[in-house]
Design a protein around this ligand. Structure first.
Ligand code: PXP
Length: 256
C-alpha cells in the first residue's frame, strides 16, 4: 500500500526577516511600497502546493507582526500553524485569531532561531492548561520537542494532538559524519514510533533542506514537516513557487 503524502508546512518567517531588515519602523505604514510581503509569499506558497502556512509570532516581534497574522487569517485557505511561546499574551492572540494549529515552542531573546525543544516535563501543568483552553476554542496544539522518550510521554499526557520532533540535532550532525547523522536519525525514528503509539500525529522540522530531506523523509509516521529557512533561501534563486514545488516533490520521493 502506498503511504500517504507527507504534508509541507511552509514557514514564512524569513520573508518578514528580510522586510524588517529595511523597514523595521515602517513595516506597517508604507503600504505596498514595503517588500517583501509575507502574506503574498504565503499565497504563492499555497498555490505551489504548500499544505499549511507556518509563522512564528515572537514575543519581540523580530520578524512577523500581529497584522501579518491577521491578514494571513483572512487571505489563506490552507491551515495556519501559529508558532508561539506558551504565554498569556500569545494564548489570547491565538484564541482571538483562531489558527487551525498552535505550535508551542520555547523562546529566548538571544537565540538566532528556536534552539531546543520545549520542556514539557518541567512545564506540564501550564502546557496541559494551554492545550485544554485552545482545544475549547477548536484549536489543535502541537508541541515542539526534542526526540526524547520522556518528553514524548509527557506530551501524550497533556492531551495535545501533535508533536513536532526537533530535527535540528540531526540537521547539524548531517554536516559532521554519517555515523553522527545516523545516530540522530535513529533517535528521531524511535521518537516517531513512540509518539505514534501514544496516539499523537507526528510532525518534524528545523534545519531541513533540499539535501537532508532525501533521508529524513523516510522517518516513520510523518504527517507534516515544517520548513522555512531553506525554502526562503532557495526562493531567492528560483522564486517561491519553484522552491515550494521542489521541496514538496523531494519530500514525497517524486524527485531524486
Ligand atoms: N519548526 C519550528 C518549531 C521552528 O522553530 C522552526 C524555525 O522557525 C522550523 C520548524 C523551521 O526551521 P527552518 O527554518 O530551519 O526550516
Amino acid at each position: 500500500m502506498q503511504s500517504p503524502d507527507i504534508l509541507l508546512g511552509v514557514n514564512i518567517d524569513h520573508s518578514a526577516t528580510l522586510r524588517q531588515a529595511r523597514y523595521r519602523d515602517h513595516a506597517l505604514d508604507r503600504g505596498k511600497m514595503v517588500e517583501p510581503d509575507p502574506v503574498e509569499i504565503a499565497l504563492h506558497a499555497q498555490r505551489a502546493g504548500a499544505d499549511a502556512i507556518t509563522m512564528h509570532l515572537r514575543e519581540d516581534r523580530r520578524h512577523m507582526q500581529d497584522s501579518d497574522l491577521r491578514l494571513l487569517r483572512q487571505m489563506v485557505q490552507v491551515p495556519i500553524n501559529l508558532e508561539m511561546a506558551c504565554t498569556e499574551e500569545m494564548i489570547a492572540i491565538a484564541l482571538d485569531v483562531k489558527p487551525e494549529v498552535v505550535l508551542l515552542v520555547p523562546e529566548g531573546r538571544n537565540e538566532v532561531t528556536t534552539e531546543g525543544g520545549l520542556d514539557i516535563i518541567g512545564n506540564q501543568a501550564a502546557i496541559t492548561d494551554a492545550v485544554a483552553r485552545l482545544a475549547d476554542a477548536g484549536i489543535s496544539t502541537s508541541l515542539f520537542i526534542d526526540p526524547d522518550p520522556a518528553q514524548i510521554a509527557a506530551s501524550v499526557a497533556t492531551g495535545c494532538a501533535y508533536v513536532e520532533l526537533h530535527t535540528g540535532a540531526y540537521a547539524n550532525a548531517f554536516y559532521e559524519t554519517a555515523a553522527e547523522a545516523a545516530t540522530e536519525l535513529e533517535r528521531l525514528r524511535d521518537a516517531a514510533v513512540r509518539a505514534h503509539e501514544g496516539g499523537l500525529k507526528v510532525n518534524a522540522g528545523h534545519g531541513i533542506n533540499y539535501v537532508n530531506i532525501r533521508e529524513v523523509r523516510h522517518l516513520p509516521h510523518l504527517h507534516e514537516m515544517n520548513i522555512g529557512h531553506s525554502i526562503m533561501c532557495r526562493a531567492l534563486y528560483t522564486g517561491i513557487t519553484e522552491a515550494v514545488r521542489e521541496m514538496k516533490a523531494l519530500m514525497n520521493g517524486q524527485l531524486r
